[in-house]
Design a protein around this ligand. Structure first.
Ligand code: SRM
Ligand code: SF4
Length: 613
């Protein structure tokens, strides 16, 4: 086995500058240290045990004279995060977790990075504690899992949970001493948080009404679950250059915003044709006759914070091939993605550099079956989703059954509400719950006879099944109560603005307003009818919370990147400004015109003038 000391000696003979040598010496000395002093853990009941991690053979050493290389990139060019991963695989930090738990210590920058591989985020200084981000594939939760999450939040968190924009759940205010209890309890309810942060594939999303929806083309849940398990069982997929998002869109009532993901699998129908539908094999250019049925069109490189939706790659795959195609794309990304600059380490930048044909060729080279190119016009795309289809009562394709979309204001649930929802799902539905990327949830399988009872019970629990066109479309990222990057209290402001407007205005069409605290755009403000991006604003001698405001975004069939109309508006001015915006829109729109169509047909200056009157 090659020791870290050998590596240290070799560093002497390579061509690093003194600064690089010092850093790398420190790094490898750190490894040697850890091998000598194993971590100690504390198990419930106060029993101590010592664990000697088997460090195994590390791939630190390149040939004696060469510089260490990480995924083809010389170590001295790599980001510090790459060096940390190279030093220790992201999933191998359990000993460190135990040590931190034992000392009730928050991790430093390096260990903060490592613990995110286990779904634990040190969110100081916003809160001096850890946050747990789960993985909930396809947003599907059983009532017992929901109760288990409520137990975790009650015992070790702040007694609440937040539904995220990836149909997922986060629990906050976890003390380091409780981190291990949280993870083991999560496992005991059949959930995991592995890979929900940093350089991993994030929670796999799928149409929230999959399997229930009369209008869907395909129940996409099996594919989302298959991929979830594939990822969990392949360590190399936890060492990507950066985060990676994958979504499955089955064409149902509620949009899953798959077009904002690195890969969006979009269900599409190939219709019966007398001579068959002919595609082209990417492998050898041969014609491929496609039988009629539902396939996925593969869209790639969505990343709305960088103002880009996923683009159609020209490829169509059988649903059963989606997992293999994902794995191939992930490995191409892993091998060739940028390891030197985290801002450019997303799939988009690799494909920008290579172009789509070279990228697809690389993907094809990792697959045993041919990728098939088919012009998008030869497929029938999904039916349009229903705006705010995530709220209210909708009939399922199963006769006499309904899903009830529950309003969860900006995604926050108390543990009491979580348990109540679990009870309702168990007593009146099939025991299942579905989280949505709209930061709310659905109770499926409610028989007609129980719909009114469930509605009443929801209201009793302080939740709802109905909302104004304004309140039904509020989405807000964590904001400055939990995230250090946030310039403003996104969740609080979204609620205040929603209430202010709902008391003064009635809209006859659903509308989405997305609040995001910084340019990272976790709440995808560029795809909102209206998007708010938090900024600090100087007002007289005071620095206050405010927003840049964008208009005219959309997703799916009405996809568009919103344009910035107002810059640096203090939040105190936002409610009155937005009242003016809606008053002008209602007075000047064409009959039945939606807010996004209205804002799209005017340029920025026209909108500024109209909305400032
Ligand atoms: Fe996000 C980082 C919260 C969805 C783009 N995101 C963060 C961090 C971890 C801040 C940090 O690095 O310290 C935030 C943790 C706050 C906290 O304590 O709660 C954070 N992101 C969230 C969540 C919780 C927002 C929400 O309230 O729903 C969402 C969790 C989803 C999940 O369950 O996995 C969340 N973030 C997104 C999305 C939407 C999506 O994934 O579908 C995006 C835009 C799409 C994309 O892929 O970029 C998003 N988050 C970012 C970025 C910018 C990445 C980039 O390459 O531009 C960062 C910064 C980073 O990764 O370094 C970030
Ligand atoms: Fe934090 Fe910015 Fe994401 Fe909001 S958008 S959660 S402020 S990183």
């Amino acid at each position: 086995m090659t020791s870290s000391n050998d590596t240290l000696n070799r560093l002497e003979s390579t061509s690093f500058n003194p600064e690089q040598k010092e850093y790398l010496s420190g790094l490898f000395a750190g490894i040697a240290q850890r091998q000598l002093y194993p971590y100690v853990g504390l198990i419930p009941g106060g029993v101590r045990f010592t664990a000697y991690p088997d460090q195994g053979e590390r791939n630190l050493a390149a040939p004696a004279s060469a510089e260490p290389v990480i995924h083809g990139t010389p170590a001295s060019d790599c980001t510090k995060q790459e060096l940390w991963k190279h030093e220790e695989h992201g999933l191998d930090s359990w000993e460190r977790l135990l040590a931190h738990a034992e000392q009730n210590k928050l991790p430093d920058e390096e260990n903060t990075f490592r613990f995110r591989f286990h779904g634990l985020f040190n969110v100081s200084p916003a809160q001096n504690s850890l946050m747990l981000r789960c993985r909930i594939p396809a947003g599907e939760l059983s009532c017992s899992q929901m109760r288990g999450l409520a137990d975790i939040s009650e015992a070790w968190g702040d007694g609440r949970a937040a539904i995220t924009t990836r149909s997922n759940l986060q629990i906050r205010e976890i003390q380091p001493k409780n981190a291990v209890h949280v993870l083991t309890h999560l496992a005991s309810v059949g959930l995991t948080s592995r890979g929900s942060g940093v350089d991993n594939v994030r929670n796999i999303t799928a149409s929230p009404t999959a399997g229930l929806d009369p209008q869907e083309l395909l129940d996409v849940r099996p594919f989302a679950h298959a991929l979830h398990h594939y990822i969990l069982n392949h360590r190399d997929l936890y060492d990507l250059p950066r985060k990676f998002n994958i979504a499955f869109e089955g064409g149902g009532t509620v949009d899953t915003v798959a077009d904002t993901n690195d890969i969006g699998f979009m269900a599409a129908l190939v219709k019966e044709e007398p001579r068959g539908v002919i595609g082209k094999s990417l492998k050898d250019g041969a014609s491929v006759t496609l039988s009629a049925g539902v396939y996925f069109r593969v869209e790639v490189c969505g990343i709305t914070g960088h103002r880009q939706f996923a683009m159609d790659s020209g490829i169509i795959v059988k649903p059963s091939e989606a997992c293999a195609v994902s794995a191939a794309v992930l490995r191409v990304f892993s091998e060739h993605g940028d390891r030197t600059d985290r801002k450019k380490a997303r799939l988009k930048y690799l494909v920008d550099k290579w172009g789509v044909p070279r990228f697809l060729e690389a993907v094809q080279s990792r697959l045993a079956f041919p990728l098939v190119q088919l012009d998008a016009s030869l497929c029938e795309r999904r039916p349009p989703s229903v705006r705010h289809g995530h709220i209210g009562v909708f009939r399922q394709r199963q006769k006499g059954r309904n899903w009830i979309g529950v309003v969860v204001p900006v995604g926050i649930l108390t543990t009491r509400q979580m348990r109540r929802l679990a009870d309702l799902a168990e007593h009146y539905g099939s025991g299942a719950l579905r989280l949505t990327p709209w930061q709310n949830l659905l109770i499926p399988d409610v028989p007609d006879a129980y719909v009114d009872t469930v509605k009443r019970q929801l209201v009793r629990a302080g939740l709802h099944h109905d909302a104004t066109q304004i309140l039904g479309g509020l989405v807000a990222c964590t904001g400055n109560n939990g995230c250090k990057w946030s310039n403003s209290d996104t969740k609080g402001h979204a609620l205040k603005l929603g209430e202010h407007l709902s008391q003064r205005l009635t809209l006859d069409q659903p509308l989405n307003m997305h609040f995001t605290g910084c340019p990272n755009s976790c709440a995808q403000h560029y795809m909102g009818d209206i998007g708010f991006q938090g900024v600090r604003v100087n007002v007289k001698s005071e620095n206050v919370e405010g927003y840049n405001i964008v208009f005219g975004g959309g997703f799916g069939a009405s996809q568009a990147v919103a344009k910035q109309v107002f810059t640096g508006i203090p939040f105190s001015d936002v409610p009155v400004l937005m009242e003016k915006v809606f008053t002008a829109y209602l007075a000047r729109r064409n009959a039945g015109e939606s807010f996004s169509s209205f804002t799209r047909r005017h340029d920025v200056r026209q909108l500024q003038e109209m909305f400032s009157e």
